[in-house]
Design a protein around this ligand. Structure first.
Ligand code: GLU
Length: 433
């Protein structure tokens, strides 16, 4: 399919007056620092600072009570120099164009730093999915997919789950796209159910990547993970399984929180039990009877070896960074540490493993899923796990080596590698026309 078949009436946002949010300025600050570090030319900087394409759509939804509501939807493709654009779809009440644009930019660096041949994208609908029935979620997803349909495809832009979406959302997206095509197109999305071309290992992939990055971080500093303490902020798709895999690796997960509150146990929480409690009737980890109740704000001040922020962006910021006493922070979420907080952590000598490296396991396994789809072939769970470990360990080692040789933080090193690879691809290809 040709991307220039985009109907002209789609409201592609002009370069003038683009909304800017805090997270967008955080992404632009990081880019400016990296451009200076790499001594890239100003023209390349200008191209990298702006998304290649941004699409805003209206998503009319017929509610179960017969009323019609209209929600804002977005899909932003930041850069496609290294391959098709790639990134998740978020259903969340705070989604806006600035946030999606920043997240799309981070996807470009993330794919590049782990060496998967994709550019970056992100999308979303500004809605609280917990207010929707399953039938409403399906109608919303299908209408949103139909609105962005001309913009996506296995060789153009490949969505995946993100906050508020899951494999069922991807199944509806894949089906909507395929119904119009007239045949099944599994490679249009990743993070699908296995029965329609999903891969084994995708569901826990981001969390596995977080665990691998944590173990590499400890190993590269000569620290034995056995018995080391961990606190996890966010007990959703990423945080819960990251806690489990870290516990399986011998670490002691002493605290977890979610939006409703948290639990603390100095001897370590039983994460498997906590996950099963959440699957049955608990609404929040706070409802568990393990250990003691912990307030969300208290988690940051715990004296732990490793803190994994796996909730939303900006959770460690200038108002609370002084409370942080963890030695190592591994970013499970995208953008959980603001640039101002990052500077404070750097001054304190806290080791921060940045999001674009630490949480890249999801997009790595998305890539493995897509490769299987386009080849109409499937690999075993072991194949996928070995490939994921290999990609994550190689990426970690290259970022660590640069950070050591240039005496820079892991974040600066990861951005230098990610931005550098995208800039190199752009320079090789040249500017069209
Ligand atoms: N939403 C995930 C992320 O932020 C995965 C994206 C993907 O697999 O395309 O990395």
């Amino acid at each position: 399919m040709k991307t220039d078949s985009l109907p002209v009436h789609h409201p592609v946002v002009s370069a003038v007056g683009r909304p800017r949010s805090d997270i967008r300025s955080a992404a632009l600050t990081q880019l400016r620092d990296t451009v200076e570090f790499l001594q890239l030319d100003e023209g390349t900087h200008k191209v990298l600072a702006e998304p290649r394409r941004s699409l805003m759509v209206s998503v009319p939804l017929l509610r179960d009570d017969g009323s019609l509501e209209v929600y804002e939807g977005f899909r932003v493709q930041h850069n496609a120099a290294r391959g098709p654009a790639k990134g998740g779809i978020r259903f969340h009440p705070e989604v806006d164009l600035g946030e999606v644009t920043a997240l799309a930019m981070w996807m470009s660096w993330k794919c590049a730093v782990v060496g998967v041949p994709y550019g970056g994208a992100k999308g979303g609908v500004r809605i609280d999915p917990s207010t929707l029935s399953a039938a409403e979620r399906e109608r919303l997803t299908r209408r949103f997919t139909s609105e962005i349909r001309a913009f996506i495809g296995p060789e153009i832009d490949i969505p995946a789950p993100d906050v508020g979406t899951d494999e069922q959302t991807m199944a509806w997206m894949m089906d909507t796209y395929s119904q119009v095509a007239g045949y099944s197109v599994p490679g249009v999305v990743t993070g699908k159910p296995i029965s329609i071309g999903g891969t084994s290992g995708r569901a826990g992939a981001t969390s596995r990547g977080v665990a691998i990055a944590t173990l590499e971080a400890l190993d590269s500093h000569g620290i034995n993970p056995n018995g080391r303490t961990v606190a996890v902020e966010g007990f959703g798709k990423v945080g819960a399984l990251a806690a489990l895999y870290l516990q399986e690796a011998g670490m002691k997960v002493v605290a977890v929180t979610d939006v409703g509150g948290g639990r603390y146990c100095a001897h370590g929480l039983d994460i498997e039990l906590l996950i099963s409690e959440m699957a049955s009737d608990a609404v929040s980890v706070r409802d568990s009877e393990q250990g003691d109740e912990l307030r969300r704000a208290e988690l940051l001040s715990l004296d732990v070896d490793v803190l994994v922020p796996a909730a939303m962006e900006g959770s460690i910021n200038d108002s609370n960074v002084d409370m942080v006493s963890a030695r190592v922070i591994v970013e499970g979420a995208n953008g959980p540490v603001t640039p101002a907080a990052d500077r404070v952590l750097e001054d304190c000598g806290t080791l921060v493993i940045p999001d674009i490296l630490a949480n890249a396991g999801g997009v790595v396994v998305s890539y493995l899923e897509w490769v299987q789809n386009v080849q109409s072939y499937s690999w075993s769970d072991l194949d996928v796990q070995l490939k994921l470990s290999d990609v994550m360990q190689t990426a970690y080692k290259s970022v660590f080596a640069l950070s050591q040789s240039r005496s820079i933080t892991m974040r600066r090193a990861a951005h230098a590698i990610g931005v550098g690879r995208v800039a190199e691809a752009m320079q090789c290809r040249g500017n069209f026309p």
